[in-house]
Design a protein around this ligand. Structure first.
Ligand SMILES: [Zn+2]
Length: 318
């Protein structure tokens, strides 16, 4: 099992006549376990609430990860990607259950019928700007988490993010059409699709971004692009939106393969491993820039050499 050691900043420096908080550092060590887990640091004293019996204020960070031990894939939430699984900073007066759970956008409390705790409400005018400082703490903590896990050897790192904002034209080009859970084509605005079709938006299949280890092998998803030219051109826009213009094949001349970069690059649908496959509905696939020669050849496998970053599509329907 892999052990991860991280040092976080847990709280900012903050002081007014009501609240005093010290900048506090915290070190966390945990072993990666197979499956989905939530890590919660031990509560630490970070300051005092002078307006509330001078009570001690405590804080703890929490975040979720998912580890596929067999394939060595570690998935975490991206910085700013707010869900119940994302990085949270929970603060509370010691010995009370007046928890404030801060994510990238909001502070929520455990009493679902109320907006505020009776005695710990840092979103009020009593503590101006404190919520913004707490948000900066969790953004920084999540950046640190991602940087730390990327330094682990031999792990594929997936980071959940929001899909990019596309121009209306690009957005329309990224729509995919399915019939009975089978991929039919990319969406054509001039076609009248019947009742039995569904049109799937990029939001439904966007997982986030992925970082492969150098030299990691990957292979084509078979049948992902009935029209490789048109579809591949659309998909590479997604990759370039994230990483900038692609100028070469990710697997350039690997294993003496003769790449064809001059006829353009496509956003190839790929999977990890050395065998091209037809993927079942609901699979995870990735988009990497590859040359047309690689995209049209399902008998060779490739390697992450020129680029390590890719796009992660989840629940991909074939
Ligand atoms: Zn190539």
């Amino acid at each position: 099992m892999k052990k991860i050691d991280i040092s976080f900043t847990l709280s900012p420096e903050y002081k007014n006549q009501f609240v005093a908080i010290q900048k506090t550092e915290f070190s966390l060590s945990f072993e990666l376990q197979n499956g989905k887990h939530r890590i919660e640091t031990t509560p630490i004293d970070i300051g005092r609430l002078m307006y509330f019996n001078n009570s001690v204020l405590q804080a703890q960070l929490s975040f979720s990860y998912e580890f596929d031990a067999e394939h060595k894939i570690l998935t975490v939430g991206g910085t700013g990607y707010a869900t119940k699984d994302s990085m949270h900073l929970t603060t509370f007066p010691k010995g009370t259950v007046e928890y404030c759970h801060q994510d990238y956008l909001h502070c929520t409390i455990d009493d679902e019928g109320s907006k505020y705790n009776a005695n710990w409400n840092y979103t009020t005018q009593m503590t101006p700007n404190l919520e913004e400082l707490f948000i900066a703490i969790i953004k920084n903590a999540n950046d640190t988490l991602i940087e730390t896990i990327k330094q682990q050897e031999g792990l594929t790192i997936r980071v959940k993010t929001d899909p990019p904002k596309l121009s209306p034209e690009d957005y329309s080009n990224m729509l995919t059409v399915y019939k009975e859970n089978k991929f039919v084509s990319m969406y054509d605005p001039n076609t009248d699709y019947g009742d039995s079709y569904s049109i799937i938006s990029i939001e439904s299949i966007w997982g986030g971004i992925v970082t492969f280890t150098y030299g990691e092998n990957f292979a084509n998803v078979i049948g992902s692009t009935p029209d490789p030219h048109i579809a591949g051109k659309s998909w590479i826009r997604l990759w370039e939106d994230q990483y900038g213009i692609a100028t070469t094949c990710t697997s350039l001349n690997y294993n003496n393969f003769v790449c064809n970069v001059s006829s353009g690059l496509v956003g190839g649908h790929i999977i990890l491993g050395t065998v091209a496959k037809v993927m079942p509905a609901g699979s995870d696939v990735y988009i990497m820039p590859i040359c047309t020669a690689h995209n049209n050849n399902d008998n060779v496998y490739m390697a992450a050499l020129q680029y390590l970053g890719g796009i992660w599509l989840k629940n991909y329907l074939n």
